[in-house]
Design a protein around this ligand. Structure first.
Ligand code: ADP
Ligand code: F6P
Length: 323
């Protein structure tokens, strides 16, 4: 193992730069040469690969986004695209690859491993839907961004005595919605993992209004059974019953930006170092993760087969705390 490359893929996440910095510094510190692949798997197919030095990753630990940029690359899902990628890695005499991303990116990493190329994966997605790690890189920062937004929304909601629907990301996972709802003190949390009816939302708003509260905050995961728009239409139709008038805030991509928190910087640094150490040991086809407070390596195949389950005991606790 003399030359390793690193790439970031899929949805970007705060902390990716801290991860890249750790991989590069750990590689060079162990006598290896380091390379960066631009724009995820698209850059691998385009041979957009450049050498990285200790100074290349100076002053990025605090920056959100990814200096290597990222991309969604359907071509890499094809055998042809994967062959072209491996051809380019070999042409650059690269012996090992570190892939940082979500489940799709890890599926790509597994394809390279199965084709015989040494690859280690790392969890980089704000969705936190990956098995094999308690937290993915970017999740803590995203939660703090959402929490800051909820705290601000609560102030204006109270001033106007309104109900607010706050939509958060997570694709098909309700982790961001659940945790931000708990720490933000929401009156209702709508997640893909738990069915609910539109009238349930009307009843919660009504119950909150009757309780004398000056606002009602409802967190809606983007993958929930009913869309934020559907809920809003129902609340408008039932405004007499609901009591509060309502407004919608869709947080969108601000959840993917921002300077990574202390937790994400440490997690990213630890996982980046661990990924290089695994390559140095000749390992491949595994994802590094944080389990308990220990860095663990899980076969990527196992990660992808065992979709992470939301802790529904947390959901039940949240229901109890809502009023
Ligand atoms: P994330 O990694 O955040 O889940 P995507 O699902 O968009 O983001 O996946 C990122 C990239 O990984 C895709 O654009 C594609 O290049 C690659 N990819 C996704 N799924 C597969 C797959 N099953 N096989 C090979 N490559 C894949
Ligand atoms: O996977 C991370 C994520 O932010 C999801 O929560 C969200 O649904 C998706 O990416 C948005 O993708 P894009 O940035 O391509 O619009």
């Amino acid at each position: 193992m003399k030359r390793i490359a690193v790439l970031s893929s899929g949805g970007d996440a705060p902390g990716m730069n801290a991860f890249i910095r750790s991989v590069v510094r750990m590689a060079i510190g162990n006598g290896l040469e380091a390379f960066g692949v631009m724009r995820g798997y698209q850059g691998l197919i385009d041979a957009d690969i450049e050498p990285l030095h200790k100074r290349s990753v100076s002053n990025i630990i605090q920056r959100g986004g990814t200096m290597l940029r990222t991309a969604r690359c359907p071509e890499f899902k094809t055998a042809k695209g994967q062959r072209q990628a491996i051809r380019n890695l070999n042409a650059h005499n690269i012996d090992g690859l570190v892939v940082l991303g979500g489940d799709g990116s890890l599926a790509g990493a597994l394809a390279l491993h199965k084709a015989g190329f040494k690859v280690i994966g790392a969890p980089g997605t704000i969705d936190n839907d990956l098995a094999g790690t308690d937290m993915a890189i970017g999740v803590d920062t995203a939660l703090n961004t959402v929490l800051n937004a909820i705290d601000r929304i609560k102030e204006t909601a109270s001033s106007h005595e309104r109900a607010f629907l706050v939509e958060v990301m997570g694709r098909n996972c309700g982790y961001i919605a659940l945790i931000s709802g708990i720490i933000g003190g929401a009156e209702m949390i709508c997640i893909p993992e738990k069915d609910f009816e539109l009238m349930d939302v009307v009843k919660v708003v009504q119950k909150t209004y009757i309780s004398g509260k000056t606002h009602c905050i409802i967190i809606v995961a983007e993958g929930a059974k009913h869309s934020t728009q559907q809920i809003k239409i129902t609340l408008d139709e039932r405004i007499e019953e609901a009591g509060f008038e309502s407004r919608v805030t869709i947080l969108g991509h601000i959840q993917r930006g921002g300077s990574p928190t202390a937790f994400d910087r440490l997690l990213a640094t630890r996982l980046g170092a661990a990924a290089v150490e695994l390559l140095l040991k000749g390992e491949s086809g595994k994802m590094v993760g944080l389990v308990g407070n220990k860095i663990m390596a899980t076969p990527i195949k196992e990660v992808l087969e065992n979709r992470k389950q939301l802790d529904m005991e947390l959901y039940d606790m949240a229901r109890t705390l809502e009023f």
